[in-house]
Design a protein around this ligand. Structure first.
Ligand code: F6P
Length: 373
């Protein structure tokens, strides 16, 4: 009997989402004759029952388009802001799932989506997920949709920044996305030949970066490119954060705990300025003029690369095969040459960070890139 499948995209958008929707949809329509219902704006659309029928025509021409035709949001099923109130919408979602007579729900998303999918699995939904994020930090999968495109964009930006940095004898600090994981900054930094790369997994010291820039100037290269992940943090700030975290939870007086909490919140707000502070510090200590470029959402926009289109199509069609085989409660992961279902319990709440012995770090060091430590 033909199945009815729901599908949604959740979390930050990333290039390749439409290619994956097309992959799932075409395979389900073609091989299995399924009916497909798309929900708008992530889990919010499922809670608010905003849906559209996905026909063959809906999927035509979307392979190369960035973003997601379904729209997305960062809403969580169990903590959703509705009319100014935060509400648990899991029951409503279960109701809507049943009302649409869905046989399974496919969710395309990153780390947060895997957690949300597990919540819905525990509420009884038959759910499958596909890993996407430009951060490449979803656990249990070798890679995620969107990472390759974003790395290409960030690399091209670094290439372009080289010629202007060179002409003006400047330091250019380029901020790359990635709050917790440094895959994007590291990958693009290596591919673009950045002179220093700073990532959240390796707390940095400013001194080695200053030395690296000065050494280059001494060798006649009086310009440098420093690729910094959004979440990179200095050893000093990391130590301060650790002390405050401890105080916030264990200080004797309530006032001290409150102060620590406020200081932490202030650190978080000021974090958005940390790359600017870094550029200013480098200018101060090296005597070279510095500029900051924040790549921001440019890295998530536009046409997916060929690699991401291929990956998204493979993930989408593998997902359709799993649905037809009655598999659910899993994320479709890329492992080696193949696609493998992994239980959501093994993925949710985990994050794939750059391990301190990762070969990309050796590669960077071997070409003389300063990693700030
Ligand atoms: O989706 C991942 C990501 O792009 C991170 O790299 C970045 O820190 C964050 O999303 C930005 O989120 P938003 O688009 O909600 O500002």
């Amino acid at each position: 009997m033909s199945k009815t499948i729901g599908i949604l995209t959740a979390g930050g958008d990333s290039p390749g989402l439409n290619a994956a929707l097309r992959g799932v949809g075409k395979a389900l329509h073609g091989a299995y004759g399924s009916r497909i219902i798309g929900f708008r704006d992530g889990f919010r659309g499922l809670a608010e029952n905003r849906s559209l029928q996905i026909e063959r025509d809906t999927l035509s021409g979307i392979l190369t388009i960035g973003g997601t035709i379904l729209g997305t949001s960062r809403d969580k099923p169990h903590r959703m802001s509705i009319g100014g109130e935060t509400r648990d919408m899991v029951e409503t979602i279960v109701h809507n799932y049943k009302n649409h007579k869905l046989d399974a729900l496919v969710c395309l998303g990153g780390g947060g989506t895997q957690k949300n999918a597990l919540v819905l699995k525990q509420a009884g939904l038959k759910i499958l997920t596909l890993p996407k994020t430009i951060d490449n930090d979803v656990a249990m999968t070798d890679t995620t949709m969107g990472f390759d495109t974003a790395m290409g964009i960030a690399t091209e930006a670094i290439d372009r920044l080289h010629s202007t940095a060179h002409s003006h004898h400047r330091i250019v600090v380029v901020e790359v996305m990635g709050h917790r994981a440094g895959w994007l900054a590291l990958g693009a930094g290596i591919a673009g030949g950045a002179d220093a790369i700073l990532i959240p997994e390796l707390n940095y010291r400013i001194e080695p970066v200053v030395e690296a820039v000065k050494l280059r100037a001494k060798r006649g290269r009086n310009f440098s490119i420093v690729a910094v992940a959004e979440g990179a943090i200095s050893q000093e700030d990391a130590a301060l954060r650790e002390t405050l975290e401890l105080k916030k939870d264990t200080a004797d007086s309530k006032l001290e705990r409150k102060r620590a909490k406020h200081k932490l919140a202030r650190m978080d707000t000021q974090r958005s300025n940390h790359t600017l502070r870094l550029a200013q510090q480098l200018e101060h200590f090296t005597g070279l003029e510095s500029r900051l470029t924040i790549l921001g959402h440019l890295q998530r926009g536009g046409t997916p690369s060929a690699t991401d289109r291929l990956l998204a199509t493979r993930l989408g069609t593998a997902c359709a095969d799993l649905i037809s085989a009655g598999v659910h409660g899993v994320m479709v992961a890329v492992q080696g040459d193949g696609m493998r279902p992994v239980p959501l319990e093994d993925v949710a709440g985990q994050r794939k960070l750059v391990p301190s012995d990762h070969p990309w770090l050796d590669t960077a060091r071997n070409v003389g890139t300063c990693l700030g430590n």
